[in-house]
Design a protein around this ligand. Structure first.
Ligand code: SF4
Length: 317
């Protein structure tokens, strides 16, 4: 069995807010294996983006361990963490906001190289930028242009080129396609797949679009209100979901066959995701679950293996 590239153990990220603690991520554990894509899904406010940022230590964790290369990177002092950061990169949701409008594409893509002093001559710097632009499907003549001269899809390609500059091993893609036109989304996802094959990358792919997550991910985790509710191989999760929340999410995906679509039962999710401030004991999904029992309000269900390699947190599964 291959060793995981990353092991997240009981990761928590709380924020102090007026009235208590906002428990955005509240004890999630999972492994990510080399060259796989681990999808993380859930509605807005479920904590998936905070989880991604805490994994790469953009946010300082409240608790937990993140094992990478045999060491817990949450214990590393700042200087050693700087070195690990070369291996961990992030692609952000909004390509409009994540690129400095006053910088040329060359300077944006070279920014990580500059920070890590990863070039000896200007020519070497320029050559690496051009290599990266070609890798993501942009051209040499794009180097001196500014972000506003590009389409949304092209800007996301610039963000991807920047993320690749230091030859990372692991990239957190935080909703990388949700700000893009539908017609462009598949192009960016296909580019990410191509780069994964060519460069041996490992991804954590965060999204709320379940169809796209299925397409790109090897395994998928489903988050709800700071907890991991279910985790399985992609095909298994989509064809045989165990958790009532996952079932409800999947029932909302349209099927492109009018006959099947007409006859299938949609599970309605009542209300919004409740507030993660001072959450009560018990299952976080209890107020929206049609199967809830007394025990669900009293005891938080354990996240455990229900079938081989298929994990869920639910008292009735
Ligand atoms: Fe529903 Fe109870 Fe399972 Fe939570 S533990 S999902 S409330 S049945």
């Amino acid at each position: 069995m291959t060793e995981p590239l990353i092991s997240a153990r009981n990761i928590k990220k709380y924020f102090d807010v007026k009235g208590g603690k906002l428990k955005a991520v509240d004890g999630i554990s999972f492994d990510i294996y080399p060259q796989e894509t681990f999808g993380l899904v859930g509605e807005s406010g479920c904590g998936k983006s905070t989880a991604g940022r805490t994994i790469v230590r953009l946010y300082e964790p409240t608790d937990g361990e993140l094992i990478f290369n045999g060491q817990n990177i949450y214990n590393l002092p700042r200087k050693e963490m700087q070195e690990v950061r070369r291996d961990f990169q992030m692609i952000f949701q909004d390509p409009y906001a994540s690129l400095n409008p006053r910088m040329t594409v060359e300077d944006i893509v070279a920014e990580p190289l500059d920070i890590y002093q990863a070039w000896k001559t200007r020519a070497e710097r320029s050559d690496r930028v051009i290599e990266l632009l070609r890798l993501v499907g942009l051209n040499d003549e794009h180097v001196l242009r500014f972000p506003h001269e590009f389409s949304g899809g092209q800007r996301q390609r610039i963000g991807i080129a920047r993320a690749l500059a230091l030859h990372p091993k692991f990239i957190v893609c935080d909703e990388p396609i949700s700000a893009l036109d539908v017609s462009i989304q598949a192009q960016v996802v296909n580019l990410l797949k191509k780069l994964q094959n060519e460069l041996g990358l490992t991804y954590m792919f965060i999204a709320h679009d379940l169809s796209m997550v299925r397409y790109i991910s090897d395994r998928v985790g489903v988050m709800y209100l700071g907890h991991m509710m279910e985790l399985a191989k992609s095909d298994e999760l989509y064809s045989n979901p165990l958790h009532p929340y996952t079932k409800a999410l999947l029932s909302a995906i349209p099927i492109p066959d009018p006959e099947i679509q007409k006859n299938r039962k949609r599970i309605m999710l009542e209300g919004d995701v409740p507030s993660p401030i001072n959450p009560k004991e018990g299952c976080r999904f209890v107020d929206r679950c049609q199967y809830a029992k007394d025990i669900c309000r009293k005891e938080t269900p354990k996240f455990e293996e229900k079938k081989e390699n298929h994990f869920a947190a639910c008292h009735i599964v």
